[in-house]
Design a protein around this ligand. Structure first.
Ligand SMILES: NC(=O)c1ccc[n+]([C@@H]2O[C@H](COP(=O)([O-])OP(=O)(O)OC[C@H]3O[C@@H](n4cnc5c(N)ncnc54)[C@H](OP(=O)(O)O)[C@@H]3O)[C@@H](O)[C@H]2O)c1
Length: 326
């Protein structure tokens, strides 16, 4: 089969379409004929050699795919050959065939194309895990998401609005702020026009927000703490601005704040199965009805994977970039 491989860790020119052997399935896995694979920020880190796959996972980049089930391990339940699957996988997505644990896969609703479905598992499940399972966000509360135009940001806007949460986002241009508002964000702050924390306080009548999903880290830590309301929760999922920040412990103490760190990829198959099941229980109907649909910025042929990575690294996109396999 064909797969996008990394010749030698480095810039996007390291990505090459090559012939590799097909993956073998274990008893609890599905072999998926990949039609489309979602591109994620972490894929860039893996290409650069900074984010190796968890032990046992494919070395091929790619954490989410959509396509048809073409073979099933003997312990797989609830799936048949030919079913359309979108799956969260620990690696191996940038390939014509990929394996997924059957409980990390979801049926693709008729309302979604393969390209749209490929943009769902990694970001929607990450947002669900962090806002809903860890931070326990509730209807009527207010949430802040940095990078509102990212895959994670656009999934957050859709899931939180579906759950009747007030949504504040930050984004790096007025155009992206407009797009976030069109997608449902109540407030969008251009972080390049000034510090975000005072703008968040102003948008909440000085109260602050109940939960923050932060993929920036570094210098954002101080502003995040400043932006949290009494009892607020901060979930850190990325470090795009670096690993060190200054923490006002007095604010953590006084305002009863909680800080979580979380990664999805290196969780066990059992944990991922729980996340998928809880996600489908809460949002399966909205997904089926076509209310949850990632904005697709570009669908790029697999052979042009370097172009997809270049776009993402330049942050020119709004929503998801997807690789297509014919
Ligand atoms: N822990 C987990 O389980 C987990 C799972 C999935 C994703 N993540 C993390 O979530 C983040 C988003 O992932 P994604 O795939 O959705 O990424 P993405 O679509 O590439 O979006 C990232 C966005 O962040 C903004 N950005 C980049 N550098 C920034 C900086 N220094 N300061 C402020 N904003 C910056 C850019 O938008 P602007 O144009 O607005 O600047 C960019 O479009 C990544 O850090 C990723 O590693 C973590």
């Amino acid at each position: 089969m064909k797969a996008v491989v990394v010749e030698k860790p480095g810039d996007e020119s390291a990505l090459k379409l090559a012939e590799v052997s097909e993956p073998a399935i274990k008893p609890d896995e599905i072999l998926i004929r990949v039609r489309a694979a979602g591109v994620n920020r972490a894929d860039i880190l893996q290409r650069q050699g900074f984010y190796p796959p968890p032990p046992g996972a494919s070395e091929i980049i790619g954490m989410e795919v959509a396509g048809e089930a073409v073979a099933l391990g003997e312990s797989v339940k609830g799936w048949k050959v030919g079913d359309h699957a979108m799956a969260l996988i620990p690696g191996g997505g940038y390939a014509e065939k990929a394996v997924a644990h059957y409980r990390s896969a979801m049926k693709i609703p008729a309302t979604l194309s393969f390209e749209e479905a490929a943009g769902i598992p990694e970001v929607f499940l990450t947002v669900f895990l962090n806002f809903f399972m860890l931070a326990g966000i509730k209807p009527g509360e207010t949430a802040l998401i940095h990078g509102g135009g990212s895959g994670i940001g656009t999934a957050s806007i859709q899931l939180l609005k579906e759950a009747a949460v007030r949504v504040i986002v930050t984004a790096g241009s007025d155009e992206k702020c407009d797009q976030c508002r069109k997608l449902g964000a109540d407030v969008a702050i251009n972080y390049k026009s000034g510090p975000f924390a005072p703008a968040v306080r102003a948008a909440t009548d000085g109260r602050g927000v109940d939960a923050i999903l932060d993929s920036i880290g570094g210098a954002y830590l101080a502003g995040n703490i400043e932006s949290l309301a009494q009892g607020g929760r901060l979930v850190l999922i990325g470090l795009m601005n670096g690993t060190r920040g200054e923490l006002d412990l007095a604010a953590v103490l006084r305002r009863h704040l909680k800080i979580f760190g979380s990664t999805l990829r290196n969780r066990s198959a059992a944990e991922k199965a729980q996340i998928v099941a809880a996600f489908l229980e809460q949002f399966g109907a909205a997904l089926e009805a076509g209310k949850l649909r990632p904005p697709i910025y570009k669908v790029v042929p697999a052979a042009d994977a370097p172009t997809a990575h270049r776009m993402m690294q330049a942050s020119e996109h709004f929503g998801k970039i997807v690789l297509k396999f014919d």
